[in-house]
Design a protein around this ligand. Structure first.
Ligand SMILES: *[C@@H]1O[C@H](CO)[C@@H](O)[C@H](O)[C@H]1NC(C)=O
Ligand SMILES: *[C@@H]1O[C@H](CO)[C@@H](O)[C@H](O)[C@H]1NC(C)=O
Ligand SMILES: *[C@@H]1O[C@H](CO)[C@@H](O)[C@H](O)[C@H]1NC(C)=O
Ligand SMILES: *[C@@H]1O[C@H](CO)[C@@H](O)[C@H](O)[C@H]1NC(C)=O
Ligand SMILES: *[C@@H]1O[C@H](CO)[C@@H](O)[C@H](O)[C@H]1NC(C)=O
Ligand SMILES: *[C@@H]1O[C@H](CO)[C@@H](O)[C@H](O)[C@H]1NC(C)=O
Ligand SMILES: *[C@@H]1O[C@H](CO)[C@@H](O)[C@H](O)[C@H]1NC(C)=O
Length: 255
């Protein structure tokens, strides 16, 4: 057999495959708006999807989220920085614009690490607000746990990073043993916000509390197949709905 007759169809088939496999995906996907594609939800690794108005710095483009809603990742968890304190985002409720955070200081995966000094919560007035019905605990630093009655020792959150021989003790503000604890703690007292204390102070601090956010409601955009974003261009500087085939003001409805 003439080798040419074999070679030619093979070569043709080979090229046909190249054409098929390189061109086809471009044809299929290039019709999607690049901003829509870039705005795919991302996770820090623990499975919690991060969507508008939040965005992960370095993983999602700034035009994805609202200014001030940038997050970072730490060991798989999304982290929000609020005035010198880092908060782990535990849950996000996109429907009612609220999310649950806990101070990273209380979320150590094991008990061998001590608790760093913390600060009372400071949220602004415009971007985030404390949700209704959250409560404060007192956190006493520099406590001598062994001098406390047995029943109160379970309020010990952990050793204090500044002085590993002393403890941090959390108390509900209305607890009748407040004075007793105060007498046995030499350090500072700070407030820590929690949602409830039904499972004890330690669990309460790990679970954290609810914040509300103030940003354009994304429901209309998301229900229409859009991914919500923010156009940081000074000429626009507003919410935008990134749709599969272009950028819209409110939703993907072309009309
Ligand atoms: C997170 O987002 C991805 C991509 O949109 C989706 O496939 C997945 O089901 C989402 N996961 C959760 C837990 O919502
Ligand atoms: C957002 O809009 C939807 C539909 O219009 C509405 O049901 C929802 O309550 C709104 N959410 C907030 C937090 O305003
Ligand atoms: C928002 O909805 C979630 C889930 O339904 C709920 O647990 C949470 O308390 C709500 N947030 C506020 C601020 O009420
Ligand atoms: C406990 O956590 C600390 C700090 O996060 C880490 O250095 C240490 O290796 C952990 N210990 C165990 C047993 O996981
Ligand atoms: C929400 O944010 C807008 C602009 O960012 C601001 O004008 C408005 O006062 C804020 N609303 C609340 C309730 O803080
Ligand atoms: C803590 O209290 C116990 C009992 O009152 C006492 O023996 C111990 O010396 C105290 N520890 C420190 C570090 O003050
Ligand atoms: C801490 O809580 C106390 C009592 O509820 C309150 O008077 C004080 O203003 C709070 N401090 C801060 C910094 O929030």
């Amino acid at each position: 057999m003439n080798p040419r007759t074999i070679f030619f169809p093979c070569s043709f088939l080979f090229h046909f495959h190249i054409i098929l496999f390189t061109l086809l995906p471009t044809i299929t996907f290039s019709s999607l708006d690049p901003k829509f594609e870039a705005c795919e939800p991302k996770t820090c690794g623990n499975g919690l999807n991060i969507s508008y108005p939040f965005y992960i710095q370095g993983k999602q483009q700034p035009f994805y989220g609202n200014p001030g809603f940038e997050l970072s990742c730490n060991q798989g968890s999304p982290i929000l920085n609020l005035v010198n304190s880092q908060y782990i985002i535990q849950e996000i409720f996109y429907d009612n614009h609220s999310f649950r955070v806990s101070n990273i200081a209380f979320s150590e995966p094991n008990t061998s690490s001590c608790i760093a000094s913390t600060q009372s919560l400071t949220v602004g007035r415009y971007r985030f607000q404390l949700a209704p019905n959250q409560r404060d605990l007192f956190l006493f630093y520099g406590c001598n746990l062994t001098s406390l009655p047995q029943g109160l020792r379970e309020n010990g959150i952990g050793c204090s990073e500044e002085n590993r021989n002393s403890w941090v003790v959390g108390m509900a503000k209305e607890d009748e043993d407040l004075e007793l604890v105060k007498e046995n703690c030499k350090g500072e007292t700070v407030n820590a916000t929690v949602e409830d204390v039904k499972d004890g102070v330690k669990e309460a601090l790990k679970n954290g509390f609810l914040l509300n956010w103030n940003a354009t409601n994304r429901t209309e955009c998301a229900n229409n197949g859009g991914r919500c974003g923010f156009d940081p261009d000074p000429a626009t500087y507003a919410f935008r709905c990134y749709c599969p085939h272009g950028v819209h003001v409110f939703n993907c409805d072309p009309s």
